[in-house]
Design a protein around this ligand. Structure first.
Ligand SMILES: Cc1cc2nc3c(=O)[nH]c(=O)nc-3n(C[C@H](O)[C@H](O)[C@H](O)COP(=O)(O)OP(=O)(O)OC[C@H]3O[C@@H](n4cnc5c(N)ncnc54)[C@H](O)[C@@H]3O)c2cc1C
Length: 411
């Protein structure tokens, strides 16, 4: 039976990055992924701010397209912020994960694609891990540390018979399409986000540019009762409405349609570790609730976990005590604030209020919007002059509405 220092289940951004970090330090690492090919679960829109590339030492080759403009669209409002230089990237998600796995392999790790994790059990102070090769037999390996990097599946921490707590569930669907040159030229440098009842009730939609004249057009929402909205169409219809009514595309080529879910534990109440097992990435809700952005946070989680894994392997600690606190010190405050705002915007706000929010954001600089969306600087909304301006804008809008429709009261 093969033996490893660390077996990592799941070759997403968390698992792949963790594997290359540990392999580069000389540990015997096995990275296991259920899919045979990274193109098989190419589900993420994979937008990210520019600093992610330098922060995680990622090459240009994993980027499909750089973006430098950002557009926000609601039912009645639209605004674009422009920049001359790139502000971020859209990864080719398949290439990103393949790159992480390949660099881990180049540092000596083994990568087993097409192998599914089945179960684990303690054995002689180590852990026996049972894997099933696609269409093949069961393989057992022995490891000192087992890492759950299986994303929302949490396959190691919550095996099939273990009761799962109530998670907030987000569902996303995305069309990867090839468009005509004129349409592509319009969107090739821009991230477009849609909010509000017309385009994306209970969540948000997007258009992200890719290479080869391709665009990603998707919608995501969170499950849960909306305060005002009762009858929703199927999620996919909001995406197709963007293709038809916003992009006004008569013809386009659908390359693929994919989707996935995200399970987020309110207050980050996840299982972080058990004996010699440790969880990273979306398996411990590193995805941001408000934006559904999770790639760089999954990798950051691996950065936090690796020193604990190393100390365990070097017999400097007997368990991963302190890891949960370290993760929460990094994420909890911002993630709680994101959750509160996300729940309000997606499940409580009227469409008028969302329009008003977008109208208000027009007065923000591009840097402020990036700070808000990618750096979770909510003080930008709630601090200083902004609440005053928001109040003024609301009063002004109310007066205009009363003037236009004297008997109508705004919600
Ligand atoms: C529609 C959608 C759009 C998104 N857009 C963005 C975006 O624009 N930017 C961004 O930063 N984030 C985005 N995200 C979120 C982001 O993709 C995730 O947060 C991130 O991929 C999490 O990384 P991870 O490694 O923790 O988990 P995952 O990427 O989910 O990887 C987990 C891996 O584990 C494997 N696995 C699961 N169970 C087993 C098993 N039993 N045996 C073996 N392997 C197993 C899976 O096949 C998978 O490859 C999006 C998510 C969705 C759903």
């Amino acid at each position: 039976m093969q033996q490893f220092d660390v077996v990592i289940i799941g070759a997403g951004p968390a698992g792949g990055h963790c594997a290359r970090l540990l392999a580069s330090k000389g540990y015997q690492v096995l990275l296991v992924e259920q899919h045979r090919d990274f193109r098989h679960n190419n589900y993420s829109s994979a937008g990210t701010p520019l600093e992610t590339l330098a922060q995680f030492d990622l090459p240009d080759s994993v980027v499909a397209r750089y973006w430098r403009n950002l557009t926000l669209v609601s039912s009645q409002q639209q605004h674009t912020w422009h920049a001359l230089a790139p502000q971020g990237a859209v990864f080719d998600f398949a290439k990103l994960r393949a790159y992480l796995a390949e660099t881990a392999q180049a540092q000596g790790a083994q990568v087993w694609l097409g192998h599914r994790f089945l179960a684990h059990q303690p054995e002689a102070g180590k852990t026996l891990v049972m894997l099933k090769q696609r269409g093949g037999s069961t393989i057992n390996v022995l490891t000192q540390v087992l890492v759950d990097a299986t994303g929302y599946a949490r396959a190691v921490m919550y095996p099939p018979k273990v009761a799962r707590p109530q998670f907030y569930q987000g569902t996303g669907i995305e069309y990867l399409i090839e468009v005509d040159a004129e349409t592509y030229a319009q969107y090739q440098d821009t991230l477009v986000f849609f909010l509000g009842y017309r385009w994306s009730p209970r969540g948000y939609s997007w258009i992200f540019p890719m290479d080869h004249q391709q665009l990603k057009v998707g919608s995501a929402w969170i499950e849960g009762e909306h305060r005002h909205l009762k009858d929703l169409r199927p999620l996919r219809e909001y995406t197709t409405a963007i293709l038809k009514d916003y992009l006004k595309l008569d013809t386009y080529k659908t390359i693929e349609i994919h989707g996935s879910i995200l399970d987020y534990a309110s207050g980050l109440q996840d299982i972080y570790c058990q004996d010699n097992i440790i969880a990273i990435g979306d398996a411990v809700s590193t995805v941001n609730f408000l934006g559904g952005e999770g790639i760089r946070h999954a990798m950051q989680g691996a950065n936090i976990a690796v020193p604990y894994i190393e100390a365990y392997l070097q017999n400097q600690r007997e368990n991963f005590q302190g890891y949960e606190q370290a993760m929460k010190a990094h994420f909890l405050q911002k993630w709680n604030a994101s959750e509160q705002i996300g729940k309000r915007v997606y499940l409580e706000y009227s469409d008028e209020k969302i329009d008003l929010g977008v109208a208000y954001l027009k007065y923000f600089s591009f840097q402020d919007v990036i700070d808000l969306l990618f750096n979770y600087r909510f003080d930008k909304i709630y601090g200083g002059l902004y609440p005053y301006l928001l109040k003024k804008l609301a009063q002004w809008q109310q007066r205009v509405q009363q003037w236009l429709h004297p008997r109508k009261t705004s919600p």
